[in-house]
Design a protein around this ligand. Structure first.
Ligand SMILES: NC(=O)c1ccc[n+]([C@@H]2O[C@H](COP(=O)([O-])OP(=O)(O)OC[C@H]3O[C@@H](n4cnc5c(N)ncnc54)[C@H](O)[C@@H]3O)[C@@H](O)[C@H]2O)c1
Length: 276
């Protein structure tokens, strides 16, 4: 597809490759948080086309219902606020009763307050972003490990959703929370490989989802990025499937930049316009 920006100053050509439907993830049960958002929806649908069963987790009841209807019998949904850690045990037990062993989790739910500058950060914006983006995946993963051990499972996969800002040196809570996710990924991967669990993270650049709509307005062309374009959630979903599948059996402890080399473009000013 060829995209032009509104003033016809930038043109980008985007050809996205797709895995054709297969059984790459057959037999896997995958809990995906933030399932009704842009990235979560693309990942959930892609996992199902590759043969997985998915547990859709989000706080948006109506959207969960619609997505579950769209995906069909291969999905089950659980509605809860990810900040409520007391729910986690129940979430795994409930989902397990439905599909059996949940051997994969995708820690995808997240929020960005787009403060733009260090001086705009408030205690409230700090707390909410740290809670949803870092504390929740930390304790959800801890609860899943308890469940994994209880069930005597031998193989598992975790995919975290970081951000290209996590490797850039950030002064706002979003970037700092995602830097925490990257560090957690490295540490957890070392800790869990002996248990048969692989842990990786994806670090996308600006992707066209509801999270970024207020500054991308759905526009693909973006002068401020190396590749001059924003990304599509479907591109991120392809990598996620690879990391969850047996195509990546020796891959653990990596943070995969998905930003067309933007992660090499270490310009802190860029943060002002494009966080996440
Ligand atoms: N869109 C981007 O440019 C971009 C770039 C880098 C990283 N990311 C990360 O990708 C992940 C997915 O983001 P997205 O772009 O799809 O955003 P999105 O806003 O479309 O989706 C986020 C989802 O998380 C859910 N969520 C938020 N708070 C929650 C809570 N308290 N409890 C339960 N669910 C909650 C929302 O309901 C929503 O479905 C996030 O972790 C985000 O930080 C996004």
């Amino acid at each position: 597809m060829l995209y032009n920006d509104t003033q016809n100053r930038i043109s980008v050509n985007v050809n996205i490759g797709h895995l054709t439907p297969s059984e790459l993830l057959k037999g896997h049960v995958i809990l995906i948080t933030g399932a009704t958002g842009g990235m979560g929806k693309a990942i959930s649908k892609k996992c199902v086309t590759q043969g997985a069963k998915v547990i859709l987790a989000d706080k948006e009841e109506r959207k969960l219902h619609e997505l579950q209807k769209e995906i069909g019998y291969a999905s089950h949904s659980v509605c809860f606020d990810i900040r409520d850690i007391s729910q986690y045990h129940h979430v795994f037990e409930d989902a397990d009763a439905f599909f059996g062993n949940i051997d994969c989790i995708v820690n995808n739910a997240g929020v960005s307050y787009h403060e733009g500058d260090f001086m705009n950060v408030t205690e409230e914006s700090w707390d909410v972003q740290m809670e949803i983006n870092l504390k929740a995946p930390y304790f959800l993963t801890q609860e899943w490990i308890r469940y994994y051990r209880r069930k005597n499972m031998k193989s598992g996969r975790i995919v975290m959703m970081a951000s290209d800002t996590s490797g850039m040196g950030s002064t706002i809570p979003y970037g700092l929370s995602k830097a925490g996710i990257s560090s957690f990924t490295y540490g957890l991967a070392k800790r869990l490989i002996i248990d048969g669990v692989r842990v990786n993270a994806i670090a996308p650049g600006t992707t066209l989802t509801p999270m970024t709509d207020d500054f991308t307005h759905g526009e693909v062309c973006r002068a401020t990025t190396q590749g001059k374009r924003a990304l599509f959630p479907e591109e991120i979903a392809e990598l996620c499937v690879f990391l969850l599948s047996d195509l990546s059996t020796c891959v653990s402890g990596n943070v995969f930049g998905c930003s067309e080399a933007n992660i090499c473009f270490n310009n802190v000013e860029r943060e002002q316009e494009t966080n996440p």
